[in-house]
Each structure stands twice: as C-alpha cells, then as structure tokens.
Design a protein around this ligand. Structure first.
Ligand code: FES
Ligand code: FES
Length: 187
C-alpha cells in the first residue's frame, strides 16, 4: 500500500461532547481509534476501564474494543480512525477482513464461515469472536445483521432506505457492501 492510500484510509474527526450528551458504548471492528483531548476534560472508557482525559491526553481504543466518552462539562477531542485487519483465528490465520468478505459473499452462519475461511476449525477459541462478527452489520452504529435483515424484509430495498430505517451505513460507510449483500439475499 502506498503512502497516499494509507493517508486516504485514515479518517479524522473532531467531537464536541457535553454533559447532557450520551455517546453510545460502541466499537469499530476494523479500525483502531486514537483520541486526543484538545480542550475541556472528561472520561474515556475502553472495555470498562475509565481513563481521565485532560488537554493533551491520548486514549487508544483498539479495533473491536467497546468504548465511549463522557464529561460533566465539555470535552473536545480529535479522533483518528486507523484501519487494521486483526487476526481473528490464530490457528488458521484468518483475519477480520476475510470473515467480513465471506459475509459480503453470502456467508451468514458459523458453519459457512468455517467452510469458506477455515476460521474456527482448529482449537475453537475464536468461535465467540466469529459469532460476534456474524451478528453485527454496522460497527459504527452498532446495528445488528438481524435489524438489517428485518428492515430489508419490511421493504427497505436500497442501502439508503436501510440507512434511514436502521442507521446502518450512515457513518464511515464501510458496511455498505454487506448491507447490499443482505438486500440481495431478499431478491
Ligand atoms: S483460534 Fe480459531 S480455531 Fe483456534
Ligand atoms: S460500519 Fe461505519 S457506517 Fe457502518
């Protein structure tokens, strides 16, 4: 991957969080998120562990970790979302991207993932992680595959319509090909 491709893949955001805001506890399955506190103060929570944020503090939420931010006053942070392709199944060296690609190509069950990727066919320690990936359509908005499938069954037959009903695909957009695959299931 060349430098400009890497640069384009990194998403930069600035968030202003205040005391009456509730940031949902969420994860980015394929992105590490690095927060830098620009102004104000608050608390970052990663996998249940609280870290105080003041100006200049840095907090890292690794891909797949549940995290949120909160404050009693005001908190300004910048966030870098850096794509990573973590290994889910160490026995078979199968990555998160391999499993998502299998889902885009129609795999919906653990057995199908095992058959297509080989993940989960060794010691079995990765089975829970595979099930978690299989259950989630959109990591940004924490929208399940079930919610997307229900929206499609109820007539949402485009990515935009699924987004309006569920919220999926309305942030980074990386789940669009998977949502399209669920729409195709229904045709
Ligand atoms: S870690 Fe996946 S089968 Fe062992
Ligand atoms: S994963 Fe980012 S919008 Fe769905």
């Amino acid at each position: 991957m060349d430098l400009s491709t890497i640069e384009k893949a990194i998403d930069t955001k600035v968030y202003h969080i205040h005391s009456d805001m509730k940031v949902p506890y969420h994860e980015h399955a394929a992105q590490d998120e690095v927060f830098y506190c620009i102004k104000g103060e608050g608390i970052g929570i990663v996998e249940g562990k609280e870290v105080e944020l003041t100006v200049g503090s840095v907090l890292v939420a690794p891909a797949g970790s549940m995290h949120t931010l909160k404050t009693d006053g005001e908190l300004y942070v910048t966030a870098l979302l850096i794509p990573v392709n973590r290994i889910i199944c160490h026995c078979k060296q199968v990555t998160y991207g391999d499993i998502r690609m299998a889902m885009v190509n129609g795999a919906r069950t653990l057995e199908e993932i095992k058959e297509i990727t080989g993940a989960g066919t060794g010691c079995g320690n990765c089975i829970d992680d595979i099930k978690k990936i299989l259950g989630l359509a959109c990591g940004c908005k924490m929208i399940t595959m079930e919610a997307v499938a229900d929206a499609v069954k109820d007539g949402a037959n485009t990515i935009d319509k699924v987004g309006k009903v569920t919220g999926a695909c309305t942030d980074c957009g990386k789940c669009k090909s998977l949502v399209q695959s669920v729409i195709n299931d229904e045709r």
